[in-house]
Write a protein that binds this ligand. Structure first.
Ligand code: NAP
Length: 455
């Protein structure tokens, strides 16, 4: 490779699209490689950190600690943050590919799966994505409205996002006030009348996707009782075999937690209840001009251990409710110029190499789908960067101009590029606003506010 890109003075130029965990871990792996690299990270928002800022629940500040690592990466020589630039809008994918030896998409899963049932679009029916984005101050969801004057909410899905949504609805507001929850959400939740939260799983307690700590926490909330809609845990022989598998300890512990809640009845005048339902699939939402009912089909499981699927048993029930949040998984969005796997909702790729697109890579949720915890993305990004580094002999054949020309082009298009130093100013301003109110930070939640602060 001597003399080619990657040698001193002629860095390999890499663009990363997306500034969440997988983007930063890809940057880290590239900067640690034994070749000269210039990494430019593009982010459509003026603020970095993706789901760590906009996904992790405000009452879990420890889970946001990786931002200290990302901050260190962002300050490294050979790294530049280019915020407020939308790839596929402000810049075309083809322009990016022309400027860089390699482009790594770490753009996450920005959309969500649909249930595909009648009534899903009724007012009062929402995605968990929107609710999470709203309480975390994501500008895309700033103006969402959730009718929290309703007393009964239903959450469809039994994963950690469902747990976050349930906890935000159930937690005493005084325990949220000091967090970085968006101010508009704090205010709305302070007036919430939601007191019954149903969490619906299409399969059984042994297949719930919660991690133990998240599930346990739902049973320990002040003024709230976690209980089960059924008076016995539905555990078939196949479920028992799943639970006996020593690698399936998270599910086994979840089942123990559920078991400890069996027989709990609604205590006198509790403030709130979280009720877990198993083996039920929503088939219709209905109501006069808004959601008032959800119809649930009762299921049985069929198939061998670890491959059990829900099949209708023919029985149904109707629950009255005023709010529905579907929390059945995120989904990546297609982008012009990048092959998309419609079925999986990811960029079509093999080991992070995007199909039919030399020099284009994917990592994180847009590569493998929405799974795992923050740290899972580290190994994933290391693997994608390993694919990229193996391709360097081919990638480095051509000279590439890198970001400078692009930034000039963007400025000509009227885009206010937000550099890392700009983010540090926004960060300091948010923290100062928060401290004045006894809070961790008070987030800017509108693009205009962020850019005005930097003007
Ligand atoms: P998830 O863990 O995949 O859970 C999705 C849930 O939706 C499952 O219960 C699934 O049931 C159900 N589901 C899927 N399609 C359905 C349908 N058509 N009808 C009814 N139910 C359906 O996804 P997630 O909760 O969105 O979380 C995404 C990732 O982020 C996970 O890896 C999660 O652990 C992570 N996360 C972590 C934290 C944390 O660490 N605190 C917080 C939030 C999120 P089946 O099993 O039957 O498919």
């Amino acid at each position: 490779m001597s003399g080619g890109a990657g040698s001193t003075g002629k860095p390999l130029r890499v663009a990363i699209v997306g500034s969440g965990p997988s983007g930063f871990y890809a940057a880290e792996a590239l900067l640690k490689a034994s070749i000269a690299v210039q990494v430019d990270m593009y982010e459509r928002l003026p603020v970095p950190f993706g789901l760590v800022r906009f996904g992790v629940a405000p009452d879990h500040p420890k889970l946001k600690m990786p931002t200290a690592v990302y901050d260190r990466i962002a300050r490294s020589p050979g790294f530049a943050f280019c915020g407020n630039v939308r790839i596929g809008g402000d810049l075309a994918v083809a322009e990016l590919r022309a400027a860089y030896h390699a482009v790594v998409f770490a753009s996450g899963a920005e959309s969500d799966r649909a249930m595909g049932i009648p009534g899903e679009q009724l007012p009062g029916s929402h995605t968990a994505t929107a609710f999470v984005g709203w309480y975390n101050g994501h500008p895309d969801y700033r103006d969402c409205h959730f009718d929290l004057s309703q007393e009964v909410a239903v959450i469809v899905g039994q994963g950690n996002v469902a747990a976050d949504v349930a906890r935000m609805l159930a937690k005493p507001i005084d325990e949220l006030r000091g967090t970085d929850m968006a101010a508009h959400a704090l205010q709305a939740l302070a007036e919430s009348r939601v007191r019954e939260i149903h969490v619906i799983g299409r399969r059984g307690p042994a297949q719930a996707k919660f991690t133990n700590r998240e599930l346990q926490e739902l049973g320990e909330l002040q003024g709230c009782t976690a209980r089960l809609a059924q008076d016995a845990l539905p555990l078939s022989e196949s479920c028992q075999r799943e639970l006996a598998d020593k690698n399936n300890f998270v599910a086994a512990r979840n089942v123990e937690i559920f078991r400890s809640w069996l027989g709990r009845s609604e205590p006198e005048r509790p403030r709130r209840n979280i009720v877990f339902h198993f083996l039920k699939t929503p088939v219709e939402l209905s109501g006069e001009g808004r959601v008032q009912h959800i119809e649930l089909e009762h299921n049985e499981l069929s198939g061998p251990p670890f491959h059990q699927v829900a099949r209708s048993s023919g029985r149904r029930e109707v629950l009255e409710c005023g709010l529905v949040f579907r929390s059945i998984g995120y989904r990546g969005l297609p982008l012009e110029g990048v092959p998309f796997d419609e079925q999986r909702g990811v960029f079509a790729n093999q080991d992070g190499r995007v199909h039919d697109s030399p020099g284009v890579y994917a990592t994180g949720w847009i590569k493998r789908g929405p799974s795992g915890i923050i740290g899972t993305n580290r190994a994933d990004s290391v693997a994608t960067v390993a694919s990229l580094l193996a391709d360097v002999p081919q990638l480095s054949r051509e000279d590439k101009p890198g970001g400078e020309a692009l930034l000039a082009k963007l400025a000509g298009r009227g885009v206010r590029i937000v550099h890392y130093a700009d983010w540090l100013r926004l960060d300091a301003a948010e923290i100062a606003r928060g401290q004045a109110q006894g809070r961790i930070r008070d987030k800017f939640t509108r693009l205009g506010e962020m850019l005005a602060e930097l003007a």
